[in-house]
Design a protein around this ligand. Structure first.
Ligand code: F6P
Length: 359
């Protein structure tokens, strides 16, 4: 039996712990394991395929990033290729990939990735590749699993930043707007904002009214709390408006969302007369050591993916449905993106303690 592991899309803390657990449990079954470098690029001649042994995964569980590297530009069905004039086009290289899988004697693939990787996996599965997915994204926007690994670490990074911002905001009587990741979903903003005791939380699921945001800040001023912390998901947008876009992305990549914190800080300052500052936490949220929760979840996911292959459950994704790790069909995981339910207890709790969602 020979399996291969690939990591695709944006990295998330815990990827190495998944790889380690999958390799160790596969090796203990007597299987061969290959690592596909940089998403599927390793199978398409743009990078390599390496053997993964017990030794290759020694001492990596606590490390951020991925020893297999990653990319969001190696979709075999829309693979970027340079034209003679230097511009890029997208071509379907899936036949080549399927041939390489057969040539390398790969019986099954473990694909660790977010919604993009899940969609690619579903197509490859439809073409006969035995594939099991492990859901990864700091955004926590994959359906069918209580959480993805990487989310808890990102939330903790954001909480640490909010804690630090509190003291400086309070010392200067300032409003500080902190932008966190979450292009379509506000899980990081919501969880870090509530745990970090933000005053305003803005998420894509609840479009905001800037005047309501300012009213919350003025109300705090009136009661002697002359500083405020606003946590905003990068994909948040005003009622009737659009999310902010930073600029063009490279061909084959999603549009770059961001810039909302700066826009909000200017608007709040103009409307309230209070001094405002903004910052974008950005890729700090994707780096660093995975938390204990993420390491444990990633390890459980890695071992569960190998069990799924052994049991013939391919075309499925491992998922946390407490207290168990289960597998669900890829189609189910892809049916809809998981988003914050505005009626969820965390939102209700936030409202109950006076946090404004700008609505
Ligand atoms: O998908 C996870 C995510 O963290 C998004 O929230 C964010 O918009 C995106 O990755 C940024 O990815 P990159 O800048 O690496 O392309």
């Amino acid at each position: 039996m020979r399996i291969a592991i690939s990591t695709g899309g944006g990295d998330a803390p815990g990827l190495n712990a998944v790889i380690r657990a999958a390799v160790l449990s596969a090796v203990r079954r007597g299987w061969d394991v290959l690592g596909i470098m940089r998403g599927y690029a390793g199978l398409l001649g743009d990078d390599e395929v390496i053997p993964l042994t017990r030794e290759s995964v020694q001492g990596i569980a606590h490390l951020g990033g991925t020893i297999l590297r990653t990319t969001n530009r190696a979709n075999p069905f829309q693979y970027p290729r340079s034209r003679p004039d230097g511009t890029l086009e997208e071509v379907d290289r899936s036949d080549e990939l399927l041939k390489r899988v057969v040539d390398l004697g790969i019986d099954a693939i473990i694909s660790i990735g977010g919604d993009g990787s899940l969609a690619i996996a579903q197509k490859l599965h439809g073409r006969g590749v035995k594939i099991v997915c492990v859901p990864k994204t700091i955004d926590n926007d994959v359906s069918g699993t209580l959480t993805t690994f990487g989310f808890d670490t990102a939330v903790n990074t954001a909480i640490e930043a909010i804690d630090k911002l509190h003291t400086t905001a309070e010392s200067h009587d300032r409003v500080i707007v902190m932008e966190v990741m979450g292009r379509h979903t506000g899980f990081i903003a919501l969880h870090s904002g509530v745990a970090g005791t933000a005053d305003v939380i803005l998420i894509p699921e609840i479009p905001y009214d800037i005047e309501k945001v300012c009213e919350k800040i003025r109300e705090r001023d009136r009661t002697g709390r002359r500083f405020s912390i606003v946590v905003v998901a990068e994909g948040a947008f005003p009622v009737g408006g659009q999310f902010s876009v930073l600029g063009d992305s490279l061909p084959g990549q999603a549009v770059r969302v961001g810039g909302v914190a700066d826009r909000l800080a200017r608007e709040i300052q103009a409307r309230t007369g209070k001094e405002c500052r903004s910052l974008v936490l950005g890729h700090l949220q994707r780096g660093g050591m995975p938390t204990g929760f993420d390491r444990l979840l990633a390890t459980r996911f890695g071992a569960a993916a190998v069990r799924a292959i052994a049991d013939g459950r391919c075309g499925e994704m491992v998922a946390l449905q407490p207290p168990n790790i289960v597998t669900i069909p890829l189609a189910e995981a892809l049916r809809e993106q998981k988003r914050v339910n505005p009626q969820h207890d965390v939102v209700t709790t936030a409202r109950a303690i006076g946090i404004s969602f700008g609505d």
